[in-house]
Design a protein around this ligand. Structure first.
Ligand SMILES: Cc1cn([C@H]2C[C@H](O)[C@@H](COP(=O)(O)OP(=O)(O)OP(=O)(O)O)O2)c(=O)[nH]c1=O
Length: 184
């Protein structure tokens, strides 16, 4: 059985594109981390989430993931509050940023961890549209304070890399990891 160690409804929908049958177990792992390098950070946190659920399901295939946004040398997780969200969107406006998702799959003592990166180009946003967007969409549970799958789509001029990685789970990358472990 495959177990998704995640409370994210987006990750649930994306994993369903790979396998129709899986269970969800929410990881109690705390997400604090003092690693500065974002790709190392997301790998570490993905491993932590998978490991905390694998304790209860040692013989199952457990998937953990973590997503952050890297912009101009800063790393953005989920915003702490509205002001933080505003600050993130202002930093992303008219700039290129990177979305990194770490994925860890554990399976009966075996473990694979990878980081996937997508480059995202935002057009310049005026302060009013940032306010309108923040009033309209719940961004508090989104890394970088936006959802590419929602109305922030209109901010995005283009991407390089996996779209689904930005939404929280690199579908083809995860498929490859599960295949290596003979789980698909
Ligand atoms: C950039 C971006 C992020 N996100 C989401 C994906 C992740 O759910 C979230 C980043 O937070 P995470 O801490 O990676 O994940 P989570 O807390 O939602 O879920 P869990 O730890 O239980 O697995 O941001 C989008 O949905 N769309 C986007 O465009």
């Amino acid at each position: 059985m495959v177990i998704l160690a995640s409370a994210s409804p987006r990750r649930r929908d994306l994993l369903a594109l790979i396998t129709p049958e899986f269970e969800v177990a929410v990881s109690g792992a705390d997400e604090s981390c003092d690693i500065a390098d974002p790709r190392k950070m997301v790998r570490f946190l993905a491993e932590k989430k998978a490991a905390s659920v694998a304790q209860d399901y040692p013989d199952e295939t457990v998937i953990g993931a973590d997503t952050v946004v890297e912009a101009g040398g800063e790393v953005f997780g989920k915003p702490a509050d509205f002001e933080d969200a505003r600050r993130m969107l202002r930093a992303l406006s008219g700039n290129v940023h990177f979305v990194h998702t770490g994925v860890c799959v554990t399976c009966g003592g075996r473990k694979i961890t990878e980081a996937f990166t997508t480059k995202v180009f935002f057009r310049p946003l005026d302060p009013q549209e940032i306010e309108e967007y923040l009033a309209q969409e719940n961004v508090m549970d989104k890394a970088g304070a936006y959802a590419i799958q929602g109305s922030a789509a209109r901010f995005v001029e283009g991407i390089e890399g996996c779209f689904f990685n930005v939404v929280g789970l690199p579908v083809s990358g995860l498929y490859g990891m599960l295949k290596k472990l003979d789980q698909v």
